[in-house]
Design a protein around this ligand. Structure first.
Ligand code: PEP
Ligand code: CO
Length: 453
């Protein structure tokens, strides 16, 4: 039981509290119709899967698994194509192979996929050339093009987003069930990284080792590894647009709990993690595992309240603290956060997001992130958790399977001038395919250097 007080909590009880980062719709009757319709559509995930993920998170908390959460900063509707989904799945599978070899623990893959359509914005309005319009809040809310029609929040987009999330989940499931993720055929996942990258030799060496180990395991046990260990894949998105989350929140009699059935793993972004705010009120009532982004500004008291509110019974597999301080701040911040959590004695999964504290603007106004800082924050996270006797149980990355030029650094030596070549993100800069593989290889190295807990 999540401990939700059934008398005081309901999927819409957040509506009585300050709800920031929500779009303002002109026609509230239209919104009500859409939310009612959304609530009747079949769910995207099941409570069985959500419970399975909770168990895996609980294992990762104890160092018996490791979570790789990754995907775009924001998905958009145009990019809901088979190529894009396949590429993202491939990069996450490849990274997980490398990481399994280094960490010698199962890697649990969670995509920032199938619902990552809404974004928090620092300003509600945007002005260009004398015209002021609502900011773009992601394809779930409005459209990027700067004209009054497209920027007007449109409730129908909630349905269009849900449908694309369903198409994405459906395709991922078919690929995985159809053998795409078969560990015997990692060549299925190769992208052109294999021929170009400086890390290619290292990667192929690892893949061969894994193939040999699989053959060995199967010959002595007489079991096919796929039957022994199914490749699972989970979805996640920021629980930002509360009407969208509320619409698909259902009470399941057989479990006596509420579940958000749009995703396995919703997380609360840094801007909306107010312990007295609507987002926390919503999340406290659902049984899904919950992530919270923890950044530099968080006070001791707010963190304590968030933990106690979201995990009042101290359950394993319930709460993931996704810390995102930046390479230059993690040393001063993380030990404080660890002490607070240890004092409360509430179990959490520690996860490092080395992306959002390392964003900077370069000349010309582009946002970028340096691979050295990303890798440095991950390494510091491993070290600080080791020193504190806690366990880093996962990483949270923004990445794509394409050769974009959004982050600088890496084997090809991308620099600031290269950013113009393929800067495709509408929001935060993502690791490209090779940079993501480099991060995976560094995690594997780091883990090999440190005895597994
Ligand atoms: C994000 O994950 O895209 C994001 C906005 O992160 P944060 O809430 O940590 O800033
Ligand atoms: Co982002």
């Amino acid at each position: 039981m999540s401990g939700t007080d059934k008398a005081t909590w309901h999927p819409d009880s957040w509506q009585g509290l300050p709800a920031i980062q929500q779009p303002v719709y002109a026609d509230s009757a239209h919104v009500d119709r859409v939310v009612a319709r959304l609530g009747k559509l079949p769910p995207l995930v099941t409570s069985w899967e959500i419970e399975a993920l909770r168990e895996k998170i609980a294992a990762a908390q104890k160092g018996r698994a490791f979570i790789l959460q990754g995907g775009d900063c924001a998905e958009n509707f145009d990019e809901c194509t088979s190529e894009n989904i396949v590429r993202k799945l491939k990069i996450l599978l490849q990274m997980s192979v490398v990481m399994t070899a280094g960490l010698t623990r199962p890697i649990i893959r969670i995509g920032r996929m199938a619902g990552q359509f809404a974004k928090p914005r620092s300003a509600a309005m945007e002005t260009r050339g004398g015209e002021t319009l609502p900011s773009y809040r992601g394809d779930l809310v409005n459209r990027m093009t700067f004209n009054s029609n497209d920027r007007e929040p449109d409730p129908e987009l909630l349905l269009r987003g849900y449908e694309r999330a369903a198409l994405t989940v459906n395709f991922i499931r078919s690929l995985i069930d159809g053998g795409f993720a078969d560990l015997h055929h990692p060549e299925n996942w190769d992208l052109d990284f294999v021929s170009h990258s400086a890390s290619a030799v290292e990667y192929h060496h690892l893949v061969e080792r894994i193939a040999d180990s699989l053959d060995f395991f199967e010959s002595i046990t007489g079991t096919k590894i796929n039957q022994a260990q199914r490749v699972d894949f989970y979805t996640s998105h920021e629980a930002l647009h509360l009407l969208y989350e509320q619409a698909q929140t259902r009470f399941l009699d057989h479990r006596n709990e509420w579940y958000n059935l749009t995703t396995h793993f919703p997380w609360v972004g840094m801007r909306t993690a107010d312990p007295d705010g609507a987002h926390i009120e919503y999340c406290r009532g659902i049984r899904n595992p919950i992530g919270i982004k923890v950044g530099n500004g968080i006070t001791d008291e707010d963190l304590q309240r968030l933990i106690v509110t979201l995990n009042p019974n101290g359950e394993e597999g319930r709460l993931v603290l996704i810390h995102r301080f930046g390479a230059g701040h993690i040393d001063e911040q993380l030990p404080r956060i660890i002490r607070i959590v240890n004092d409360l004695e509430v179990p959490v999964l520690w996860m490092c997001d080395p992306m959002h504290g390392n964003t900077e603007s370069v000349t010309g106004g582009r946002k970028t992130r340096r691979l050295v800082n990303i890798i440095s924050e991950i390494e510091s996270a491993f070290r600080i958790h080791d020193e504190a006797g806690t366990i880093l149980g996962g990483v949270h990355l923004e990445l794509t399977g394409e050769h974009v030029t959004e982050c600088v650094g890496g084997a090809r030596g991308l620099n600031e001038q290269d950013l113009e070549k393929a800067y495709l993100t509408q929001v935060d800069p993502r690791l490209n395919y090779e940079q993501a593989m480099e991060v995976a290889l560094r995690i594997a190295d780091r883990a090999t250097a440190t005895p597994a807990a």
